[in-house]
Design a protein around this ligand. Structure first.
Ligand SMILES: [Zn+2]
Length: 94
């Protein structure tokens, strides 16, 4: 039993130079997929955007007085603050 386990471990370690790039490659593909296709814009209401802007102002100690809506297909998906801060509300599709 132990001998088989050692044997399996030997096989595994001898193939490590093949397996490591394989796992790295798979992880890279997954990461790219996750950051590109898996997200879509989540619509926000005007109240939510205003609230998020207030939170940003408090967090970043931002003194800007203006902000503008970021729209995507007639829906508010975020805002851009006068200071340059941009917030986009996205959520991943599960
Ligand atoms: Zn700001």
């Amino acid at each position: 039993m132990i001998e088989t386990m050692i044997r399996m471990f030997e096989i595994f370690t001898s193939h490590l130079e093949i397996l490591t790039p394989l796992f790295c490659g798979l992880f890279a593909i997954y990461a790219i997929w996750y950051f590109t296709s898996a997200k879509h814009y989540a619509p926000l209401t005007l109240q939510e955007v205003k609230l998020l802007w207030k939170i940003h102002k408090k967090d970043a100690q931002c003194r800007a007085r203006k902000w503008r809506k970021i729209c995507h297909k007639d829906r508010i998906v975020g805002f851009k603050c006068e200071c340059g801060y941009k917030h986009l509300h996205k959520k991943p599709i599960v």
